[in-house]
Design a protein around this ligand. Structure first.
Ligand SMILES: NC(=O)c1ccc[n+]([C@@H]2O[C@H](COP(=O)([O-])OP(=O)(O)OC[C@H]3O[C@@H](n4cnc5c(N)ncnc54)[C@H](OP(=O)(O)O)[C@@H]3O)[C@@H](O)[C@H]2O)c1
Length: 256
């Protein structure tokens, strides 16, 4: 069994730990965690000596201090937003292989979307570790990981906002909030699953499905008309683009 170290067992590190528990010999380090279902090492040096692969799951401002403490070269996988490969390499022991991977929150239920880039030597390990946690996409350069961050990393926040807005529309129309929220979640879930199903058999397009619920002079076209009046497409498209530019700014400018 390969030995894998995980540093930081929070929102992201913990589900990663749980999903690879049976396949790897894992060492965990997080002096601040209150979890009682993990046997933590008291010292990072234990992971440094024992582990061939290290997954860094701490907040970005803590990454460099962790890497600086390592002595032996290893395969390092960082999930930290905005920490460039160049910076990760600079602080890692010489001879280490580095991969950056950007996950998103639904990784917690194995429905994440993860994009990665870095040293190809460790791609097979990255694939084994992360493919069970959702959709895994190999990216071609670091600008693509910034774009991925704007879309998939920040995306769940846009979707949650959309669901909340749908629910508030239901409330405005006289439904209770609890019914509205349930209806909104199921509507989004059902639509996503239907689109996914259609894509399995052919090159379906979201607009095709949209047309199926939009009859002439019916209710939906009146709703869509309101969305367009308020620049829905433009707003969403540019939310993704703004988040992409911010990710790029954080990586290049290293602003925190
Ligand atoms: N959450 C997301 O949606 C998301 C998406 C994409 C990427 N990421 C990236 O994932 C990384 C982790 O995010 P998260 O949300 O999982 O953070 P988190 O829940 O705060 O987890 C980080 C854990 O590491 C601990 N820690 C702090 N300093 C440490 C140290 N020196 N050594 C070992 N452990 C230490 C933290 O303790 P304390 O809480 O006491 O500090 C915490 O338990 C970040 O770099 C973030 O950019 C997160």
């Amino acid at each position: 069994m390969k030995k894998v170290g995980i540093v930081g067992l929070g929102n992201m590190g913990y589900p990663i730990y749980k999903s690879i528990l049976s396949e790897f010999d894992i060492r965990c380090y997080d002096p601040y965690s209150k979890r009682t279902d993990i046997q933590f090492e008291s010292d990072l040096s234990k992971l440094d000596t024992d582990c061939e692969i290290l997954i860094i799951c701490v907040k970005p401002d803590k990454v460099s201090e962790i890497l600086k403490q390592l002595k032996s070269p290893k395969k390092i996988i960082s999930i930290a937003a905005g920490k460039s490969l160049k910076e990760l390499k600079e602080f890692s022991p010489p001879g280490s292989y580095i991969v950056r991977i950007m996950p998103n929150l639904p990784l917690q239920i194995k429905e994440g979307c993860m994009g990665y880039i870095g040293d190809k030597e460790i791609y097979p390990d990255v694939q084994v570790i992360f493919q069970k946690l959702g959709l895994l996409i190999e990216l071609s350069n670091e600008t693509a990981i910034d774009a991925f961050t704007g879309l998939a990393g920040s995306g769940p926040a846009y979707v949650f906002s959309f669901i909340q807005a749908l629910a508030e529309g239901g409330v405005k129309s006289g439904l209770s909030y609890s019914d509205s929220l349930k209806i909104s979640i199921q509507t989004v879930k059902g639509s996503v699953l239907l689109l996914e199903e259609e894509l399995k058999s052919r090159d379906a397009h979201p607009m095709e499905l949209r047309n199926k619920v939009t009859s002439a002079g019916g209710t939906t076209i009146f709703g869509l008309d309101k969305l367009e009046e308020n620049n829905f497409n433009y707003s969403v498209m540019n939310a993704v683009f703004a988040a992409f530019k911010r990710a790029e700014e954080l990586r290049i400018g290293n602003i925190r």
